[in-house]
Every structure is written in structure tokens, then in C-alpha cells.
Ligand binder design. Structure first.
Ligand code: ADP
Ligand code: MG
Length: 728
């Protein structure tokens, strides 16, 4: 009997040919890989639908009947295999568009099959495309099951009601169904074949092959199924309760070790990297606070400043993320943080993702602190020659206190005398790697890091994605803001939308009109943008109206020129793609029209909307869509109309799209779980994190005997590149 780390080839029933296919199709190289190839659903073999009782399109059902007819129809791309299934109550058409030849050979007319699939409607008749077919065993079926699958464990699928009520219950026959492919199916490794292989594998293993990884006291505290049992029952549960318990155990384990790892990295960094101590609050800070700050800080701003202050005085290295919705006043928090550095004899830098944003920060911050004798400079790729030399010299000598700029700031040729803090605005455009390059700028040691983002991230995701950062949240807007009114209109209201635009412009306000621009459909999108621009140019003619246009295909210089015209109010309308999404602050703009709004993601819509509502006047966001909206599209638009709360929007976004699509997570790759789902398992994450934190506080190096398993597991994960290379 091979062990878990053996090549899958040597498992009975596999052999070299099948092993090859398992490797290429499913990435299964070892027996362990096969064991962790979990079912994506289960069939309760005892429950069948009757064909006569099929009522809903989209229903997933299990049927049992005889294959009556089988023929290939159509030619070329329309070629398909059509079959007829008959049970005691009626007949249903089955249809396949792929693997036609192979299926035609392997299915036998006249045989009885168990058929599993989704009911679909075509020309007013029900049929079932691409059903799974399995020869029926000879025992007779029990009719009446209305819910033959259990789907609760899997990402992207709403939990189905449990199959069986009550505790315990008689043993049921749950068959696991595994992700498979056409190629595997053709080599006999369909759901049934895989099931057999995994059965063989499990039969050859014993509890000692799958040792427990969690301390016994945790298992007892949270009533967790032992690991050996969980890995058996995830494949072959006999009852719903067993299945639920196995799922819970495996999810907990995944999330717990992730948090333990993240927190350990963080603790170690905090303990080993010394941070500059900013012990005093001095003249710069106080003078600014008393003389220049024109408004009262919000409670949230004060709280976050206190959190930052505590970090900076602690002697530990600060690595903090400040989340705050658009307009929540992050800039002033950043500025006051930088002044703390100055008061303690250090320099500060502020890095923004675009030149326009950096320029805006420069103007704003110079206006606020220029008169206090703070020397503020600017550096970007476009600052060249003598000008650049002069700035670099001043940074190296310490004469320049604050430098504001773009990515250029992380280039090696930028060196500081004693940089105390780096502030990074709109974090999601910067990667972890870029953040760490800021550490190397300074002879005296790593500067503190403050990252600001206007993309609210749900707590559970933040705990994981930014597990190595401390997180502060500005969850309050400055008083007196008029919430933006958001309205959904379909395209045939275009004339009224134009009238509305005219009204706003006649009040002296400015208007954005945004078009989607998606890489895959770029050409068409660009055409839409241009024809939209032309149409607007006809409806809003010169000289009365001036229109700017900005999109990603323009040269940087041209983009800047057009932006500047809008900023200087030389143009009233800005036609653009999402390039204007981040941070731009034009308080005079009061109307945001979003074309094809259904094509944008929620967080993008929210970011875009944040471009208006920055002045004293009532602002509006008009979402234009076609008539027909997908379910998700409708929910996105409705969410936008109903709320302006970035955190609610982020939660909805996470729910609709899953964590893999949230900005910043794509590259991280760390969100690949076997079962855990960041969008749905928030509670488990919170518990896992708390438990992990408690353990590390008591036993930072996991040296206690009861933590031996944890230490070993982390060490083996460290070797398992599949999991951890992606994280660190
Ligand atoms: P963001 O968090 O989007 O970066 P900003 O820092 O640009 O927001 O702030 C938006 C606007 O709100 C700025 O004009 C700023 O001066 C103003 N502001 C910030 N804090 C307050 C406050 N506590 N009271 C009133 N206005 C504030
Ligand atoms: Mg900002």
C-alpha cells in the first residue's frame, strides 16, 4: 500500500496512463492530492424526482429511468446528441453538446440510468443539458425526494436546506460527486471512478496516517471532529450531521492555521524590527492643530490618530492600514501623522498612485503647512534634470521635510537623511513588494508605514488579506455632508438625463460621464466612448459648452492636459473611463453619469460615485443601464441606489463576486481554500483569529508541549510550497 506522499500512479486502479491524466487535468500528483480532492456535492441515492413533477427551470434533480432513444442531430457546431429518458411518470429529453462521439458509444439504449442534472427550458419544453449518467443498480428506487443534493459547503452556492432533519437519523447513502473533466471521464474516472479510487485510498489508510494537527483542548473546546474522521466523512458521510461536522472541522483548520501563520509573522516582525520612537508632540503638530485646522476632527479621525500615536510612541515598527470611505478625511490624518515625524526630527513622504493625485496632495498640503516653515517638495518621473537633482540633494541633506510624489519615490536613487514615515495613499495600487522597498530608503532603519485606502474591505477579508497589518477604520464622515442622491434610469430616459445635465451646468456645476472600459472588449468600448463623446458634443455644442475627454489609450501628457482643463473649470463635462476612479478631488463637480452601469463592479461604482459630493451642494449619481439586467446586475444597481455606506457595499460585493475578485486579492493567491470561504465563513474566521491570537500571546514560539502539533504543522506547511509560497 502506497503512503500519502506516493506518486498517484502506484495507487491500485490508477497506473501510468490514468496518473498522467490526473496530473494534467486535476493537478493530482500524489495520494495526498487525491485525498484532498473533495466532493463538490453529494447525491442522496435514495431520493429521486418524478419527471411529471418537474416544474421549475434551473432545478437540479436526480431521476431514474430508461434510456429510450439516442441520436446525433445537426452538423458542425450545432452537432448534438439527443436522448429520451422515460420513467413511470413521463419522458424528458436529454441533450449533450460535448463528447458526443464518446457518449454515443458508451450509453446504451434500453438500459436503466440514474440521471443527474439541471432542468432547463427550451421552446416551452423541459430538457436536461449535459446530465451525469450512471447505470442504475438493480434495487428499486424510493420516490419523492425533492432535494437530492447537499450544497452548503461550497463557494458561490447558497446553502441548501439539510437533507435530513433531527439529530442522528438512519444511515443514508450519500454519494460524493467530484470535479471531473471530459478527458477523465473517458478514462473511466467520472464521479463513480474517482469515488472508487478514493475509497481504495481511504481503505488503505489508518488514523495514524492522518495525525491530528490541533491541540486536544481546542478540539474539545469547539467540539471539532478529529482530523482522521473528518477526512473520511468529507468523502463518505453517512448522515447530514457527519457531513456538517466534517466540513466545519476542515474549514476551521484551514482558517486557524492561516491566522496563526499571519499573526506569528506579524508578532515576530513587531518584536524584531525596531521602529523610531516619536515620543513628543511638538510645534509643527500643535501649531497646525491650533492655527491651521479649519474644522473639528471627527470622532473617528481622532480615534485613528490616537491609534497611530500609540504605535509611533511604542518603539515598535508601525505597519498600519487606514480604511476610510471616500471623503472621510484621510488626508488630514496623514498630514498630522507626518507632522509627528517632523516634530521628532524626521522626514516624511507621501506617495500617491497618479501624478494628478500627487499634485492635488501637494497643493492641499502646501496650503496647510507651508506657512509653518515646513519645507514641502514634489517628486515624480516627470521631474527631471536640475530640478530633480536639487530635490534629491535636499532629501539627502534633510533640508526637505516632506516629499510628495508618485512611484518615483520608491526608486533606488531616492535616498533620505532620516525618513521617519512613509504614507501610501490609495493602497490597492501598490503591492506588498513595493511597500517593502520603502524600507530600504533610509540609513537609519525602516520608516513607519501608513497605508490609506478608500476601498473598504469587509473585516473578515481584511483580517486575512492584510493579516500582517494593523487596521484602523475611519467610519464616520465629516458633518454637514449632503448624501449623494443616486438614481437608476434606463437608456430611453436619455433626453431627461441630458436635461438634468444642462440644469446642473447652468448652476455653474460640472459633470462627469463615465463609460466602461474592459480589456476583453476594449475595441468596442472605445468606440462606444467615442460615439458617446460625439453625441454629447452635438447636444452640448461649443462655444456654450466645452467637453474634456480622458481614457487609458491617451498619452499621459494629453490626459493630464484634459484633466487640468476640467480642474480649471474650462470644461463643464468630463467624458472618461474609470481612469478618473481614484481620488480626484473636484468639489465643483456635482453630477456623475455612469453609462452601462450594469457592467461595473460594485466597488468600482462606489469609487466613481465618490468623485462627486465633495462640495457644499447636493450631488447626484445617475446610473444608466439597459432594460434587461441580470440578477446580480440588478442587485448591484439596487445596492448603489439604497446606500452610500462603503462597508455595506463592500460586504455585498464580496457576497456577489466572491473574495477572489475583490481588488487586491487576485495577485495574492492566498485565498485558495479547500472549503473555507471568506465571504461566508466570517464567524469561523473571527473565532480562528481570536484563538490564534490567544495562543500566540501565551506562547509566541509555540514551545509548550500542548502546542507541539501546531509547531509541526506550521513547519510542514512551510515546506508545502503549494500553500505558503503564495503568502509570504
Ligand atoms: P479622503 O478620505 O477621501 O481622502 P479627504 O481627506 O480628501 O478625503 O477629505 C475630503 C474633504 O473633507 C476635504 O476637503 C477635507 O478638507 C474635508 N475634511 C476632512 N476632515 C474634515 C472634518 N473633520 N470636518 C470637515 N471637513 C473635513
Ligand atoms: Mg484621499
Amino acid at each position: 500500500m502506497p503512503n500519502l506522499d506516493s506518486n498517484i500512479e502506484f495507487l491500485k486502479g490508477v497506473g501510468p496512463q490514468r496518473a498522467d491524466i490526473l496530473k494534467t487535468e486535476l493537478g493530482i500528483f500524489t495520494c495526498r492530492d487525491l485525498l484532498f480532492h473533495f466532493p463538490f456535492r453529494y447525491i442522496d441515492r435514495t431520493k429521486f424526482h418524478s419527471i411529471r413533477n418537474l416544474h421549475h427551470e434551473g432545478e437540479t434533480v436526480q431521476l431514474r429511468g430508461t434510456l429510450r432513444r439516442l441520436e446525433t442531430l445537426g452538423e458542425g457546431r450545432a452537432k448534438r446528441l439527443v436522448g429520451t429518458l422515460r420513467d413511470e411518470t413521463g419522458i424528458l429529453e436529454l441533450v449533450w453538446f460535448r463528447s458526443v462521439q464518446w457518449l454515443e458509444k458508451s450509453l446504451v439504449v434500453g438500459k436503466e440510468y440514474i440521471v443527474f442534472g439541471r432542468v432547463s427550458e427550451f421552446n416551452g419544453k423541459f430538457n436536461m443539458p449535459h446530465p451525469e449518467m450512471e447505470e442504475a443498480p438493480s434495487s428499486p428506487p424510493i420516490r419523492g425526494g425533492e432535494s437530492p443534493e447537499y450544497n452548503g459547503a461550497f463557494p458561490g452556492v447558497k446553502p441548501a436546506p439539510p437533507l435530513m432533519g433531527g439529530a442522528g437519523g438512519a444511515a443514508k447513502n450519500f454519494d460524493p460527486v467530484y470535479p471531473t473533466t471530459d478527458k477523465l471521464t473517458q478514462k473511466g474516472m467520472d464521479a463513480k471512478g474517482l469515488r472508487k479510487l478514493i475509497r481504495t485510498l481511504l481503505d488503505g489508510l489508518s488514523a495514524s496516517d492522518l495525525p491530528e494537527t490541533l491541540p486536544d483542548y481546542l478540539g474539545a473546546q469547539f467540539k471539532l471532529t478529529p482530523r482522521w474522521q473528518a477526512l473520511n466523512k468529507i468523502h463518505f458521510p453517512e448522515t447530514q450531521l457527519e457531513l456538517d461536522a466534517a466540513i466545519r472541522r476542515i474549514k476551521f483548520e484551514e482558517l486557524f492555521f492561516l491566522q496563526l501563520r499571519l499573526l506569528q509573522v506579524r508578532t515576530r516582525r513587531k518584536d524584531s524590527v525596531r521602529g523610531f520612537v516619536f515620543s513628543k508632540i511638538g510645534d509643527y503638530f500643535n501649531q497646525f492643530y491650533q492655527e491651521k485646522l479649519a474644522f473639528e476632527l471627527t470622532g473617528a479621525q481622532k480615534r485613528v490618530l490616537k491609534e497611530i500615536r500609540a504605535d509611533l510612541a511604542s518603539g515598535k515598527h508601525m505597519n498600519r492600514l487606514v480604511q476610510g470611505d471616500v471623503g472621510s478625511g484621510k488626508t488630514v490624518v496623514a498630514l498630522m501623522t507626518m507632522l509627528m515625524a517632523l516634530d521628532n526630527g524626521h522626514q516624511a513622504c507621501l506617495m500617491a498612485p497618479t501624478e494628478i493625485l500627487a499634485q492635488q496632495h501637494l497643493e492641499g498640503i502646501t496650503a496647510l503647512v507651508g506657512e509653518l516653515g515646513v519645507n514641502v517638495g514634489y517628486l515624480s518621473g516627470s521631474v527631471k534634470g536640475k530640478k530633480r537633482e536639487a530635490i534629491l540633494a535636499k532629501l539627502a541633506s534633510g533640508e526637505m521635510h516632506i516629499v510628495i510624489g508618485t512611484h518615483a519615490l520608491i526608486e533606488d536613487w531616492v535616498q533620505f537623511k532620516n525618513l521617519g514615515i512613509s504614507v501610501i495613499d490609495e493602497q490597492h495600487r501598490f503591492g506588498v513588494e513595493q511597500r517593502s522597498r520603502l524600507w530600504a530608503k533610509n540609513p537609519a532603519g525602516p520608516p513607519h508605514v501608513l497605508v490609506m485606502t478608500a476601498t473598504p474591505i469587509p473585516r473578515t477579508l481584511a483580517m486575512t488579506l492584510y493579516g500582517d497589518l494593523d487596521i484602523s477604520v475611519i467610519n464616520e464622515l465629516p458633518p454637514g455632508r449632503k448624501p449623494i442622491t443616486t438614481i437608476h434610469k434606463t437608456e430611453h430616459h436619455r433626453l431627461r438625463v441630458q436635461g438634468f445635465m444642462r440644469d446642473e451646468i447652468s448652476k455653474g456645476h460640472q459633470v462627469y460621464v463615465v463609460y466602461p472600459m474592459i480589456e476583453e472588449t476594449e475595441k468596442v468600448d472605445l468606440q462606444n466612448l467615442m460615439s458617446g463623446f460625439e453625441a454629447l458634443s452635438r447636444d452640448f455644442p461649443t462655444p456654450q459648452y466645452q467637453i474634456s475627454i480622458v481614457h487609458g489609450k491617451m498619452k499621459a501628457g494629453d490626459k493630464d492636459f484634459e484633466m487640468q482643463r476640467f480642474i480649471k473649470k474650462e470644461t463643464q463635462i468630463m467624458v472618461a473611463t474609470t481612469v478618473i476612479e481614484v481620488g480626484v478631488n473636484i468639489p465643483n463637480a456635482s453630477l456623475m453619469v455612469i453609462e452601462n452601469a450594469e457592467r461595473f463592479g460594485l466597488s468600482q461604482l462606489h469609487q466613481l460615485r465618490g468623485r462627486v459630493g465633495r462640495g457644499a451642494d447636493q450631488s447626484y449619481c445617475l446610473l444608466l443601464t439597459g432594460h434587461k439586467l441580470s440578477h446580480d446586475g440588478r442587485e448591484r444597481i439596487q445596492t448603489m441606489v439604497q446606500t452610500t455606506d462603503g462597508f455595506i457595499i463592500a460586504e455585498t460585493d464580496l457576497r456577489l463576486r466572491g473574495p477572489g475578485n475583490i481588488e487586491g486579492t487576485q495577485q495574492s493567491g492566498m485565498l485558495r481554500f479547500l472549503l473555507a470561504d471568506l465571504a461566508r465563513d466570517g464567524q469561523i474566521i473571527a473565532v480562528a483569529r481570536e484563538v490564534a491570537a490567544q495562543i500566540l500571546e501565551k506562547d509566541p514560539e509555540l514551545a509548550l508541549p500542548e502546542h507541539l502539533r501546531l509547531r509541526m504543522q506550521l513547519a510542514s506547511e512551510g515546506k508545502d510550497t503549494r500553500v505558503w509560497s503564495r503568502i509570504s
